[in-house]
Design a protein around this ligand. Structure first.
Ligand SMILES: [Zn+2]
Length: 314
């Protein structure tokens, strides 16, 4: 069955309007969160013990922490985009090499942006932000690019794969806010309209070739270079300085909690290996199996936003 989120975008009096149907507003959450067994009180107690004993807790989050905010992930069984469509995410090399690829990417991203950027933190993000405020969380590393940890107030944070809310010039490296680019898109494309049939975790949507070819993409206002979201695409690499920084935080930590990640991507998985080599206890909260289940002393299959607020960080 094709899952359409029923998003329709139209210009009205020069303003972009998004008409969201029931599924993509309040009803979207159940669409993206995989089914899970009921909370096991014994496991909750074990996680509470794990957190209570931690003095320098490092938390690593993935797409599973944001599905309860209505953002789909790529890999979850049955509900992830790989399971529901045959679409694959953008590849770094294709984006950098090809102007038509960038045009297609930005046209889709332009349509998806009002929806993608409007997502709000869920109780899992708020819980982690609260742990930081109370001195329980030593460092937070996220593989997500949705800015939801920042929106929840987390500051001791590394966005491993960057953030969709920033734009990077491929030539001069200047960083600009994504909101400013949206305004430039609107000025350049006053009559452009499109209908979106599905939204990916990176804010991408599905469009026809005709719609894409008439879309105007601005370049860097400083040097004229091509623009890219400040995120690591598939096939791209994480900045080595950032990798070193996170390795140091892992070595300084005394325990590691994984939240909502299957750890299939090496850029996150390598830090689990570092934690394991440094004999840190590892707990994993993720619905479904992960690449590191055999390294964890504790594994919980529960929705993050239900479980984390139950934990007392004192
Ligand atoms: Zn530039």
């Amino acid at each position: 069955m094709r899952m359409s989120f029923g998003l329709t975008f139209r210009t009205a009096k020069g303003r972009w309007m998004a008409n969201l149907n029931r599924q993509s507003s309040g009803g979207s959450i159940g669409l993206f969160v995989p089914p899970s067994p009921p909370l096991d009180p014994e496991k909750v107690k074990e996680l509470q013990r794990f957190i209570t004993l931690s003095r320098r807790l490092l938390v690593m989050t993935g797409a599973g922490v944001s599905t309860e905010s209505g953002i789909p992930d790529y890999r979850s069984e049955k509900v992830g985009l790989y399971a529901r469509t045959n679409r694959k995410p953008i590849q770094h090399g294709d984006f950098v090499r090809s102007a038509p690829v960038r045009q297609r990417y930005w046209a889709r991203n332009f349509v998806g942006w009002p929806w993608f950027s409007s997502h709000q933190p869920n109780p899992a993000h708020w819980a982690l932000s609260n742990w930081e405020r109370l001195g329980k969380l030593y460092w937070l590393v996220t593989q997500n690019v949705d800015a939801l940890h920042t929106k929840a107030g987390s500051r001791r944070l590394t966005e491993l794969h960057g953030c969709m809310h920033r734009v990077l010039c491929l030539d001069c490296g200047e960083q600009t806010p994504r909101t400013a680019l949206q305004e430039r898109f609107e000025v350049l494309n006053p009559t452009w309209s499109a209908e979106a049939h599905g939204l990916a975790p990176d804010g991408d949507v599905f469009l026809t070739d005709e719609q894409v070819q008439s879309f105007q993409v601005p370049c860097c206002s400083r040097c004229g270079g091509p623009l890219k979201p400040d995120v690591v695409f598939f096939g791209g690499t994480v900045n080595p300085d950032k990798v070193d920084f996170v390795h140091k935080r892992v070595k300084e930590a005394d325990s590691l909690l994984v939240v909502g990640s299957s750890l299939q991507v090496y850029s996150g998985y390598r830090f689990i290996l570092t934690a394991w080599e440094n004999k840190l206890p590892i707990a994993i909260l993720n619905i479904g199996p992960t690449r590191s289940d055999d390294l964890a002393c504790l594994k919980l299959d529960s929705p993050c936003g239900e479980l984390l607020p139950l934990i007392d960080p004192h």
